[in-house]
Design a protein around this ligand. Structure first.
Ligand code: HEC
Length: 145
């Protein structure tokens, strides 16, 4: 006659299995979270700065500042393209305005974008200017930054 396992010990056995299963599920969820974060970081690291700048601009700035065409110098919010006046500012001035914002209507992006992302956005904005505007703005940047 086999010896029956006492009921109380079975309960402990079952409970520890449940605990192990919960731990395993937690581990799986946790590791996909970690892996997802690593993958996102890798994507942003391997993304060329111009593409990264364009993506950020599209998501965070386009709605107010518009795209490559249209608009007038008097628009508010100002257009960043060749019809606007953004190219009258040196790189360090643009970075400061983007980072700190301009009260009350231009949000501050310092907490959301790091210095590299702000540089990438400026690189994208530059693609909307004429060659002449780009050259003049480079001179300004050399003189003021
Ligand atoms: C909610 C609307 C809004 C969003 C979103 C926004 N801006 Fe602005 N921005 C403004 C307004 C309004 C001004 C004009 C502020 C002033 O002159 O008082 C401005 C001004 C600026 C200026 C200075 C003026 C110029 O043309 O040189 C820069 C640079 C700028 N924004 C960059 C950005 C960038 C880059 C983003 C995205 C990361 C962004 N803004 C997102 C509303 C916005």
């Amino acid at each position: 006659m086999g010896r029956a396992i006492p009921r109380s010990r079975l309960g402990v056995f079952r409970r520890s299995w449940i605990a192990a299963e919960i731990a395993l599920v937690g581990l799986l969820i946790g590791s996909t979270g970690v892996l997802g974060a690593v993958r996102d970081r890798w994507d942003t690291l391997s993304e060329p700065p111009a593409a990264r700048g364009a993506r950020i601009y599209q998501m965070q700035c386009f709605g107010c500042h518009g795209g490559e065409s249209g608009g007038a110098i008097t628009d508010r919010p100002p257009k960043h393209n060749a019809r606007g006046h953004t190219w009258h500012h040196a790189d360090c001035e643009l970075a400061a305005m983007i980072g700190r914002g301009i009260a009350p209507d231009m949000p501050a992006y310092g907490g959301r974008l790091d210095a590299e992302e702000i540089r990438a956005v400026i690189t994208h904005i530059r693609t909307m200017w004429t060659a002449e505007q780009r050259t003049q703005q480079e001179d300004l940047t050399r003189a003021r930054c």
